[in-house]
Structure formats: structure tokens, C-alpha cells
Design a binder for this molecule. Structure first.
Ligand code: ATP
Length: 719
């Protein structure tokens, strides 16, 4: 086989990834520790990042033998913080968050070092939130720290607080993986690895795979015969490819639908499959859709982070309920009894002895659990985990025939290598024309640092200059091997034909086709009573604010002007932690007016979303939630993967310089304009926006020629 000219120097690749990951982790830690050490617990609580004035009300053994702390408001202070109701104050802590529980520092604004806090406190995952309590499953190596908090029953409870932390598990797994890759000698590379780095070309797949009956090992019988031709073609291609297949799924084209069929076809052929995605929700989505097919599946991952509907496939739960799990259970009861006895004693020596016993029991528990896990995982044809979850102990030594990665274009490449390093074939699904994973270390300072390191190290080939974490595996493979390793899904089941037209022509080679069921759907055809108005009978509306009369505002300026009223200063300091943002009052007013008209015509608020790239604009729009409960407001980035009947996009930028910032990223615009099913409304200043890029210029031209154009009648707008 010929050696490709574009081949990648694997150790240099791995070392570059390590350097970039290091910077990324530093940025993330700087952000969190800057917040924790520089902001008072009370302000952190206001920002939704902490809950203060708690006590440990109980301690027990939860799933997986982990210690669970139940935290409740301290009765002594709850009268002031929650009106004496015993309820938790408002907070933004969610189930699945990684948090630190630590003794609350005396004094409100004392300087705290995160490392200090971590040493004294206990890290864990939030597993349940109620109005009056929050439960945290403590990390295994931190269980001893919980002894210092005391417990409600002993009368010696101290006041604790809980604060959100950066999630560094993902980084640790990525680093381990890249270190392994960097240290491998070329002779250790598998054929698969050689293809993925361009040292070998992928094996040829027969060009004509269109006839089911002539397919490989026999006729394909489809579990879902209603799959469209592009989906079937992608599945045949993925089954036939030897090393790598990319499934390119533009918005609404049934990517996950296709993967479900592919998994079933693989299982039918006796293959063992590991299915991964970058987020828990991406994996759970697949578990939910696979589970009616009665294939034996195991979902790895902390139960607190899984959807309730997939829990009965969770490894932790299976270890409790399956036959293999029964022998683990009695150790658990013994542990619970010990935990309970701690409350009954105040004698320090006795307590110490109980903790020592618990430690032994925990060891026993883990040993039994390990054996049980081995049996369960080993016996499963389909194992599902997040990409970094695939790097855990449970999969050590396990072999799979294929690794399938969903949303591969939203994962860091290093993250994909966690399961891939031991793979011999992979199928990656994604859309490289939507947003890549969020990377924090892309500001100019860190970029300069990487460039400098690059200068020093590139001379000896130690590092690849110009590399970026934003280049995903999906991007890189397409560039390396071209579109012969990819199949694209082309029928979309979301958007009205007109909503789809511009993104299809501009980004997807005009290949998208709207399915019959959706191509003419309008708001007025919703399955409930909606009036036929000019707003409910048009799929694409453009409200153009050109003319320069409604300029954008800078968040910082707004704060200086004291627009926030009382407490503006405090809000400003928290806001500035999230960086500079832009807003546009006139656009916000136009959005409100349009929402009002839609709701008056009968469209339900829960069928409407407003998306914008700027957080400050979301702030201006927030009152909409009170007027129209159920409406969704979101950032474009946060709305990726979602859809709504009606979507209003506020572009915000309006300035004489023609600066468009965030909007210049066409993948962001693509996400914004492909969320709606029946109605896309764009609010923006075409004069400013068209100057941002060729893509934006084309879009503005397209909207002017094809959308229902509306110009602003300033007199009719209430700002
Ligand atoms: N062959 C098909 N026939 C009819 N409907 C389909 C078909 N394939 C997919 N769909 C429908 O299209 C919608 C989108 O499918 P799915 O959730 O799999 O999309 P996705 O591509 O994973 O999502 P996204 O576009 O957000 O990435 C679903 O409602 C699904 O039922």
C-alpha cells in the first residue's frame, strides 16, 4: 500500500495534544479557582455556583458503595437565608455537577485557595436535589474527609458549603491516552491506528453497495424498513468498511436513528460494539432508543449523571439487581449498619474504630463488585459510555469489534482516542459544519503561548505548530482521506423546505431534501388551533433593522451607566467573569413584539424559542419568560442538537464598523438557522452583518430575495 504524503507524525501529534490540553485545563482551573478564591461565598451563591450555610443531616451508603452526604440548610441561619422555611436558597446546582463540600470559611470574603479547600473538603457528584436538601455522593478517595464535618445526629455538626468545581476527570483520561500514544513505537501501531494517522490508506470498500441482496455476507434485513436510501447507504458503507467510516448527518437527518439500525445490524452479525458520545445525554439518547429492541446492553457511568429512564441498564444498578449483584448486597447492608452506628457514639476512639471497619468493608465491597462488573460487562454485546467513561477500570482489557462514536464532531480528538486506542474499526457520526467542542484556551494570550512553545519545540519536531483543539477527529480524517470515507444523510425530517434552502445550498452542496411530511409545514398547520396570520403562514421572516438607528451595546458600558439599577455593581463583577458581551435593546423589543403576535395567534409559548449568540442579549430578553411561561431562551451554542416549531434569532450586532465578532463563525450561524421546524424569524441589521464575511453577505442577499421582509416601524415598538 502506498504511503500517504499527508501522514501525521504520531508522537508529535500526541505531544501537541498534551500541550494544548494542559493549557485548556489551566484555563478552566483558572476560571473556577478565580471564581472561588476571589468571590465571597455569598456572591458565588448569587451567581448560582454555590450553596452556603448547610449542615450534614445524614450520611449513608449509596449505589456503588459510595458515601452519600445529605445536606440541609442550617437551622440557625435558614431563618435569614430562606425565610425560616427550611428550604434551600435559590441556586444553580444541578444533578450530576461535580462539587466540593467543605467547612464554610468564617467571614464572607476571606481569600481561599482552591487547593486548600480541596484538601480539607470532599469532592463528589450531586445525585439528588430537593427543595430542602441536596445529596452528594463523595469521591472514593475523599470519604475520610467527611468524618470532619460531623453529622447532624451527633450534635457536633459544623457548617459547610457546597461549590461547583471544574470537571477534571475528562482531562486525566485524555492525558493518559495521549501519553500512551506518545510513548508507542511505530511497530505497536495497529492497522487501524495507521489508517487514522495516514500511514496507510483505508481498505477499499466496493463502490456499488446499493443492492441489499448482494451485500457482503448476505441479504440485509432491515429492522426499520422505512429508513431512507441515504440512511441505508450509510449503514451498508459502515458495515462494509474495514477501518473507518464517517456518517455525516446534517441537521434533522436522523443520525441517531441511523446509528440505532447500525448497532442492531452489527449485533445481528455477532459483533461486539462499544458505543460512545461526548456527553451523558448523547449516550442516554441511544440507550433509550436501543432499549425497546431487547438487545442486552450495559451503560457505564455514575448513576447520578444518567437519565432516570436508562437507569435499569446502568452498570451500578445492575450490580445491585442482577444475580451476580446479590453477593455484593450483603456487604452493603453491613456498611449501612456501621454508618448508622457512628451517629450513636460520641466517643472519638470508638468512632475511629468504626471508620477503620468501614474502610475494610469498602475494600471487600469493591473486590466483590469488581468481579460482578467483570461478569456483567464481559457478557454484554453492546456497551455504552461517554468517551472519557470508556477509559475507566471497568473496560480495562475488554475487546470490541467496533467503536461507534456519536456526535464525533463535538468531541475533542484526544477524547475520541480514549476508546479508539484499543479499537480495530470505528464508525463516527457527526456534522463538521455545526459547532465544534467548546474550547476555553483560545484567547489571544494562550494562543501566543502555544505559538511560542511551538517555536521552541517545533525545531526538533516535538510539537506541531498551528494545531488547535478545535480541529476534531472528524475534520482531520476528512482532510486526510477525503470524502471517500464518508457517507452523507440527505433527507431531513425537521425543517420546512424554505428554512432548509440556504444552509443546504451554502453548506451541504444543495444535497438536502425535505421529507414530504415536513416540507410544507407552517405554524398555522400545528395540530392545535392557530390562526392564519402573516406571521403563522410564512416559513422565513427577516426583520431588518438596518440604518444604524439601533446600535448594539457593550455589556461593560451598560454597567457603567448603572442600567442595572441597585446591585448593578455586584452583578457586574460576576458578569465580567463570564467575559464581555453585547446586547441590542431594539432587537429585544422586536423579538418581544413578534413573540406576542405569535402567542396571540395561538402558538403555544413552549413551541417558541429565542436564540442569540450573546449572553447579554439573553439577559435583556429574560422578562419574556415571565410574560410567556414556557418559552425557551438560549444561546446558539447551547441550542445545538435541539429543535422548536418557531425559532427567533436575534443577531445583535449593529455598528458602523461592520464588526460581527461571534457571527463570523458560519458553523454558529448554521446551528442558529437550522433549529426551527416551521418558522424562522431573523432579527438583525443587514448592513452591519453582511460586512462580516462572504457567508453572511450571501445569507443577507438570500434573505432579502426570499424571506418575508419586514422593516422596523420605530413608533410601534415599546422598548
Ligand atoms: N427514515 C426516516 N423516516 C421517518 N422519520 C425519520 C427517519 N429517520 C429519522 N426520522 C425522524 O427524524 C427526526 C430526527 O432523527 P434523529 O433524532 O435520529 O436525528 P439526529 O440526526 O440524531 O438529530 P440532529 O439532527 O439533531 O443531529 C426524528 O424525529 C426521527 O424520528
Amino acid at each position: 500500500m502506498s504511503l500517504l504524503t499527508k501522514s501525521v507524525d504520531v508522537p508529535a501529534f500526541a505531544r501537541t495534544q498534551l500541550a494544548l490540553l494542559d493549557l485548556e485545563l489551566q484555563s478552566e482551573i483558572r476560571e473556577t479557582s478565580g471564581l472561588i478564591s476571589g468571590t465571597s461565598p455569598a456572591s458565588l451563591q448569587r451567581a448560582g455556583l454555590a450553596i452556603t450555610n448547610l449542615v450534614v443531616s445524614s450520611q449513608r451508603t449509596g449505589l456503588g458503595g459510595r458515601t452519600v452526604l445529605e445536606l440541609a440548610p442550617d437551622a440557625a441561619t435558614s431563618s435569614s437565608s430562606s425565610g425560616g422555611t427550611g428550604e434551600l436558597p435559590e441556586h444553580g446546582v444541578r444533578t450530576g455537577d461535580i462539587v466540593l463540600v467543605a467547612e464554610q470559611p468564617a467571614g464572607s470574603a476571606k481569600k481561599r485557595e482552591v487547593r486548600d479547600l480541596e484538601r480539607k473538603g470532599a469532592r463528589g457528584v450531586v445525585i439528588r436535589i430537593k427543595r430542602d436538601a441536596v445529596a452528594v455522593a463523595v469521591d472514593e478517595d475523599k470519604e475520610d474527609a467527611t468524618a470532619t464535618f460531623g453529622s447532624g445526629g451527633s450534635g457536633s455538626s459544623s457548617r459547610v458549603w457546597l461549590v461547583k468545581l471544574a470537571d477534571d476527570v475528562t482531562y486525566r483520561r485524555m492525558k493518559q491516552t495521549m501519553e500512551r500514544l506518545a510513548d508507542m513505537s511505530e511497530s505497536e501501531y495497529s492497522a487501524f491506528t495507521r489508517v487514522l494517522f495516514g500511514l496507510t490508506t483505508p481498505s477499499l470498500v466496493p463502490a456499488d453497495l446499493t443492492r441489499d441482496e448482494e451485500f457482503g455476507d448476505g441479504k440485509i434485513e432491515w429492522f426499520d424498513p422505512t429508513l431512507n436510501e441515504s440512511q441505508k447507504d450509510a449503514i451498508r458503507f459502515a458495515l462494509a468498511s474495514k477501518e473507518i467510516a464517517l456518517i455525516h448527518g446534517p441537521p434533522g437527518t436522523g443520525k441517531t436513528h441511523t446509528l440505532i439500525e447500525l448497532i442492531l445490524q452489527m449485533v445481528k452479525r455477532g459483533l461486539r460494539v462499544l458505543v460512545c458520545g461526548p456527553s451523558n445525554i448523547s449516550v442516554d439518547n441511544i440507550v433509550e432508543r436501543l432499549s425497546p429492541h431487547k438487545v442486552p446492553i450495559v451503560r457505564l457511568g455514575h448513576p447520578a449523571r444518567l437519565l432516570p429512564s436508562v437507569l435499569n441498564h446502568s452498570l451500578d444498578v445492575l450490580t445491585q439487581t442482577s444475580e451476580a449483584g446479590l453477593i455484593v448486597k450483603d456487604v452493603r447492608s453491613e456498611m449501612d449498619a456501621k454508618q448508622a452506628s457512628i451517629k450513636k457514639t460520641r466517643n472519638g476512639r470508638e468512632r475511629k474504630a468504626i471508620y477503620a471497619d468501614l474502610k475494610e468493608l469498602r475494600k471487600e465491597y469493591r473486590e466483590r463488585e469488581r468481579r460482578c462488573v467483570g461478569t456483567l460487562v464481559g457478557g454484554s454485546k453492546v456497551v455504552l459510555a461517554t468517551l472519557h467513561g470508556a477509559g475507566g477500570n471497568q473496560l480495562r482489557g475488554e475487546k470490541f469489534d467496533v467503536v461507534i462514536i456519536d456526535e464525533a464532531s463535538q468531541a475533542l480528538e484526544a477524547q475520541c482516542w480514549v476508546p479508539l486506542l484499543s479499537a480495530s474499526k470505528a464508525v463516527c457520526a457527526g456534522d463538521h459544519l455545526q459547532l465544534p467542542p467548546t474550547v476555553k484556551s483560545t484567547n489571544s494570550k494562550t494562543k501566543a503561548k502555544v505559538a511560542k512553545e511551538g517555536d521552541e519545540k517545533e525545531k526538533d519536531g516535538a510539537i506541531i505548530k498551528g494545531a488547535s483543539l478545535e480541529t476534531t477527529l472528524f475534520d482531520r480524517l476528512l482532510k486526510l482521506h477525503g470524502s471517500s470515507i464518508k457517507r452523507m444523510l440527505t433527507t431531513q425530517y425537521r425543517m420546512h423546505e424554505k428554512i432548509m434552502r440556504f444552509p443546504s445550498d451554502e453548506l451541504y452542496e444543495s444535497r438536502l431534501v425535505a421529507a414530504d411530511a415536513v416540507k410544507e409545514r407552517l405554524l398555522r398547520d400545528l395540530p392545535y388551533e392557530v390562526q392564519d396570520t402573516e406571521d403563522t403562514s410564512e416559513p422565513v421572516i427577516f426583520i431588518d433593522t438596518q440604518g444604524g438607528d439601533y446600535p448594539e451595546k457593550n455589556e461593560e458600558e451598560e454597567d457603567k451607566e448603572g442600567k442595572d439599577g441597585k446591585g448593578g455593581g455586584k452583578k457586574g463583577s460576576i458578569r465580567s467573569l463570564f467575559g464581555e458581551s453585547k446586547s441590542n435593546e431594539m432587537e429585544a423589543a422586536l423579538v418581544k413584539q413578534h413573540v406576542k403576535k405569535l402567542v396571540e395567534a395561538g402558538v403555544r409559548p413552549e413551541d417558541i424559542a429565542v436564540v442569540t449568540p450573546y449572553n447579554a442579549q439573553l439577559g435583556l430578553l429574560a422578562p419574556l419568560k415571565e410574560t410567556f411561561p414556557g418559552i425557551e431562551l438560549g444561546s446558539v451554542d447551547g441550542f445545538q442538537g435541539r429543535e422548536k416549531e418557531a425559532v427567533i434569532v436575534s443577531l445583535v450586532r449593529s455598528n458602523p464598523e461592520g464588526e460581527v465578532g461571534f457571527l463570523s463563525e458560519k458553523r454558529r450561524l448554521n446551528v442558529a438557522m437550522t433549529r426551527p421546524k416551521r418558522s424562522l424569524v431573523v432579527v438583525g441589521d443587514s448592513e452591519t452583518v453582511r460586512r462580516g464575511s462572504k457567508f453572511l453577505n450571501n445569507w443577507m442577499d438570500w434573505l432579502e430575495n426570499n424571506a418575508d421582509l419586514r422593516y422596523v416601524d420605530a413608533a410601534s415598538i415599546e422598548t
